[in-house]
Each structure stands twice: as structure tokens, then as C-alpha cells.
Design a protein around this ligand. Structure first.
Ligand SMILES: [Zn+2]
Length: 145
């Protein structure tokens, strides 16, 4: 059975759920920072906290889709709502997918997610350190709100 937690250097224990939360928090922020707070569908600018990080292949499909950097785009509230409830939902979704990753990569992410991909806590730790470093680098450039 997989262990449910990993001891940190300082003796504290972090649960798997906590790892996922922390990695997602950084990944979401990085996505919005990379887009410089612009909506990747309509191009509108909003403050970071008002932009939403969105999964092209839904995160419910699995951990690969959930934590795959190129599967995540920055959307404004309007475009995020439209993704799920638009008049011609698939046409809208396909346009966005083609613009950012292409249908081939989209299918690949779907395929890998369906293989019940899971990460170890050590892998989450590596992801978290890398994301934290990259978020800090962008924040240090000083253009973020
Ligand atoms: Zn938008």
C-alpha cells in the first residue's frame, strides 16, 4: 500500500492532498503569470486574482491532466463560463485547444490521464520546488499585480 504522507526535513508530515493543493496553487499562479494576466481566449487583461486557471482536458480525467503545465490556460470569468456553457461548446473548446496546444497534444494528454497516472510525494516535491522557483522569478520581474 502506498504511504499516505511523507516526512519533511523538519519532522512535519504533509498529506498527499496537501501536496496536490500546494502544487496546484503554484501551477495556477504560474499559468496566470505566464499569460501576464491576460485571458488566453479573448485577450482581456484582469488582475491575477480575477483570472482563472483552466484545464483543457478536465482535471477529473486524472492527475496527468491536472498537473500538466501545457494543459492549463488562463481565462477570464466570461470565457471560463463560456467554455462550459457556451452556445456551441465544442466549437469554442476546439478553437482554444487548437490555439494553445493543438488537437494532437490534447488527445495525448487525455490518453495519458486515462492511464491512471499518479505521482509520488517525492515527485510532487520536485514539482513544487520547480514551480515555486519559476513563480518567484516572474514575480521578481515586477510586472505582476
Ligand atoms: Zn476572456
Amino acid at each position: 500500500m502506498a504511504k499516505k504522507s511523507m516526512k519533511l526535513g523538519n519532522g512535519r508530515v504533509r498529506t498527499l492532498g496537501r501536496w496536490k493543493f500546494l502544487v496546484w496553487e503554484k501551477l495556477s499562479r504560474l499559468t496566470r503569470l505566464k499569460a501576464k494576466n491576460h485571458c488566453q481566449r479573448c485577450g482581456k487583461w484582469k488582475e491575477t486574482k480575477k483570472m482563472q486557471a483552466h484545464h483543457l482536458v478536465p482535471k477529473s480525467q486524472g492527475n496527468y491532466a491536472r498537473f500538466c503545465e501545457d494543459n492549463i490556460v488562463s481565462l477570464c470569468h466570461y470565457c471560463h463560463h463560456r467554455w462550459w456553457h457556451g452556445q456551441s461548446v465544442w466549437e469554442d473548446q476546439r478553437d482554444l485547444i487548437e490555439k494553445w496546444i493543438g488537437l494532437t497534444r490534447y488527445q495525448e494528454i487525455k490518453f495519458l490521464s486515462n492511464k491512471r497516472h499518479s505521482y509520488t510525494e517525492e515527485e510532487y516535491d520536485v514539482m513544487l520546488k520547480d514551480l515555486t522557483k519559476r513563480v518567484k522569478e516572474i514575480e521578481a520581474e515586477g510586472e505582476v499585480v
